[in-house]
Each structure stands twice: as structure tokens, then as C-alpha cells.
Design a protein around this ligand. Structure first.
Ligand SMILES: Nc1nc2c(ncn2[C@@H]2O[C@H](COP(=O)(O)OP(=O)(O)OP(=O)(O)O)[C@@H](O)[C@H]2O)c(=O)[nH]1
Ligand SMILES: [Mg+2]
Length: 329
């Protein structure tokens, strides 16, 4: 009984905490995001409470190579939203590459302009250490920003690596940022990038070769057949001066309206929910597997047998899965 009373108490406390987030309290939101980051067990209970209040904000993904100007562009976009009185939540996914250490610092410095503005919330998300994948953490953090009532949500992520590309799935509109003079890089652009782009922008258009890059992308677009009927705009921006940013926002709005008026939006939502559900189930199964294997000593014994080729992972995986599936049934 005492345990139950404590549980009810905890539920009340959590509900009160969720209410603070729904009221847009910055400190509560920040704390919830830390829970997600740390993989705290209460995080799921909280997210469960918040979920019905999410899915309202329009999420724009900004992805591109390191140094292509994503943060500078994001900064310009924030400024414009603020001029219209829209509140903005930003998630900057730190590039895992050690080379971009300076650039990460750059993010902080440039975005400091908005640091004192309550209508802007900027949060960075480390790429490492996210159980169940970065995209799910990003989804959870977006959910918190959404529950807090931010009108616009931007997620900045480096478009290299599978993890980062997966992140784009959580966005409603994906902007892929390229720069002039990429030459062979354009050819090497992952098919994945081409597929996820709803809008291309050739940033640093103050540099030579922007038009050539536009043409290269267009040529590449024509080669990929599955884009039937959907025109993916290719714009040019100079994030440093803000040139072309209004046009970019117009394209984002157009995409938003386009997707909302079609069943494509529903399809996009379906894919996103499926992805999140899959990662959650995978996490839980892996956790259950570890419990089923027992303590570290027992696990090591199995891993040693595998290493010694006394058994194989295929057989063991089948055994474990059938064991887990039968556990409750
Ligand atoms: N010439 C020129 N430079 C730009 C433009 N936009 C951004 N830059 C510069 O490019 C550099 C990188 O810009 P960031 O906005 O930090 O690029 P990023 O894509 O966020 O970089 P990461 O977060 O490290 O991936 C900075 O020195 C910017 O001032 C532009 O339109 N023209
Ligand atoms: Mg950046």
C-alpha cells in the first residue's frame, strides 16, 4: 500500500512537471531534455504524458556538410521568425567529427544573439551515446519543444553518416545545404541525401560557381526517376548577409502547404511513427536480451563460446528471440 501511495505521489509530481513543460517553462523543458539525454527511466513516463500535446509545430531539418553554413542560415531564419512574433526551438546536432570542434564553438557564439530572447530556445544534442539512435533522441527533444509550445522547430544536422540522415526523418521539411565548387562531391552525394531533400539551397552563393552547382543538382535530380511529379526547388542563399533567406522561407511554407494538402503528409507521418516505434521496440528487446542472458559472467561465458566458434550468433539469436517471445506468452 505504501509503495502504491508513493507511486501515486510520483505520478502527481510527474504530471505537475509535465504541466510546467506544457506552460512553456524553459527550466522544466531543459530538465526534461536532460532526462532524455541521460536516458533517465522517468523520461518515458514524461514523454507518454506529453505525446498527446505534440505534433503541432512545423519541424524544419537543415542538413549539409560541415561548414556549409547551416548555423548561419539557421540564425537568419530565427531572426525572421522572431520578426513575425513566432517562437523558435532549435536543436543543433553536434557533428561527431573531431574536426568540427571549432565550428561547434562557432555555433554557440553566433547564436548568442538570441540567448536573452525567451522566444528562442537552442539546445545541442550530442551524437554519441544515444541508446536507440540519435533520431529517436531528436524526436523526443522535438516532442518536448513542441509540448512547450514553440511555433517553429529547426533541427540542424550534418548530413554525413547514417545516424544523421536518419535524423532528417523527424523533420516535416528537409532543407539540404550545399556550397559552390563541390564538383565531384555532388556526384558523390549519397542517393539518400537526394531522396530526403525537399528543398536544396546552394549557400555561399557569393562565391563563384553557385549557378554551376545548381545545374549539377538539377542534372542529378533528372537522373533519379522516383521523384515523379514532385518539383524539389533549388535555391541560392548567402547566409552571411541574409540574401535569399526570405525565398527559402517561402519555399519552406510552400512545401508545408503542399504536404499538408496531400496524403503525402500522412505518409510522412506514418513513416516517422513507424521508425520511432521500431527503435523503441529494438531498445526494449535488446534490454530484455541482456536480462535474459544474466549477469556479466554468464554473458561473458556465452560471448567466449561464440568467439571460440563453439556456437554461432545466428543460432543464439534465434534461441534468444524465441525465449523472449515466449516469456510472457
Ligand atoms: N562567404 C560565405 N560564407 C558563409 C556563408 N554562410 C556561412 N558562411 C561562413 O561559413 C563558415 C561556416 O558557417 P557555419 O554556419 O558555422 O556552418 P555549419 O554548416 O553550421 O558548420 P558545422 O556546424 O560545423 O557543420 C563560417 O565562417 C560562416 O561565416 C555565405 O553565405 N557566404
Ligand atoms: Mg553548425
Amino acid at each position: 500500500v505504501e509503495k502504491m501511495a508513493m507511486q501515486i505521489h510520483a505520478d502527481d509530481a510527474l504530471r505537475a512537471f509535465a504541466d510546467r513543460i506544457l506552460n512553456g517553462e524553459i527550466r522544466a523543458g531543459a530538465r526534461a531534455m536532460r532526462w532524455v539525454d541521460d536516458g533517465a527511466p522517468q523520461a518515458f513516463d514524461l514523454l507518454r504524458l506529453l505525446y498527446p500535446h505534440t505534433g503541432r509545430a512545423h519541424v524544419v531539418g537543415i542538413t549539409g556538410n560541415p561548414g556549409s553554413g547551416k548555423s548561419t542560415l539557421t540564425d537568419q531564419i530565427i531572426r525572421r521568425h522572431r520578426e513575425r512574433g513566432r517562437t523558435v526551438g532549435v536543436i543543433a546536432v553536434d557533428p561527431s567529427s573531431p574536426f568540427s570542434g571549432g565550428a561547434i564553438l562557432g555555433d554557440r557564439i553566433r547564436m548568442v544573439d538570441h540567448a536573452t530572447d525567451d522566444g528562442v530556445f537552442i539546445r545541442s544534442l550530442a551524437t554519441r551515446g544515444h541508446l536507440g539512435g540519435l533520431s529517436r533522441s531528436a524526436h523526443d527533444v522535438i516532442g518536448i519543444l513542441d509540448a512547450m509550445g514553440f511555433d517553429e522547430i529547426i533541427i540542424e544536422t550534418v548530413g554525413v553518416g547514417q545516424d544523421e540522415i536518419e535524423v532528417v526523418r523527424v523533420a516535416d521539411t528537409s532543407v539540404v545545404v550545399l556550397v559552390p565548387g563541390m564538383g565531384d562531391d555532388i556526384q558523390a552525394l549519397k542517393a539518400g541525401i537526394l531522396e530526403i531533400a525537399d528543398i536544396f539551397t546552394v549557400n555561399k552563393a557569393d562565391r563563384e560557381g553557385a549557378d554551376l552547382t545548381v545545374r549539377d543538382i538539377r542534372a542529378l535530380q533528372m537522373l533519379s526517376e522516383d521523384r515523379t511529379g514532385v518539383e524539389v526547388p533549388i535555391l541560392k542563399t548567402v547566409a552571411r548577409t541574409g540574401q535569399g533567406v526570405d525565398e527559402l522561407l517561402t519555399a519552406v511554407s510552400a512545401h508545408k502547404n503542399q504536404t499538408q494538402s496531400e496524403e503525402r503528409l500522412q505518409e510522412r507521418k506514418r513513416r516517422r511513427e513507424a521508425h520511432i516505434l521500431e527503435t523503441l521496440v529494438r531498445d526494449r528487446l535488446v534490454d530484455a536480451m541482456h536480462s535474459a542472458l544474466g549477469d556479466q559472467e554468464a554473458k561473458n561465458a556465452l560471448f567466449d563460446r561464440l568467439a571460440a566458434r563453439e556456437t554461432d550468433p545466428y543460432t543464439q539469436a534465434d534461441l534468444l528471440v524465441s525465449q523472449l517471445l515466449n516469456a510472457d506468452g
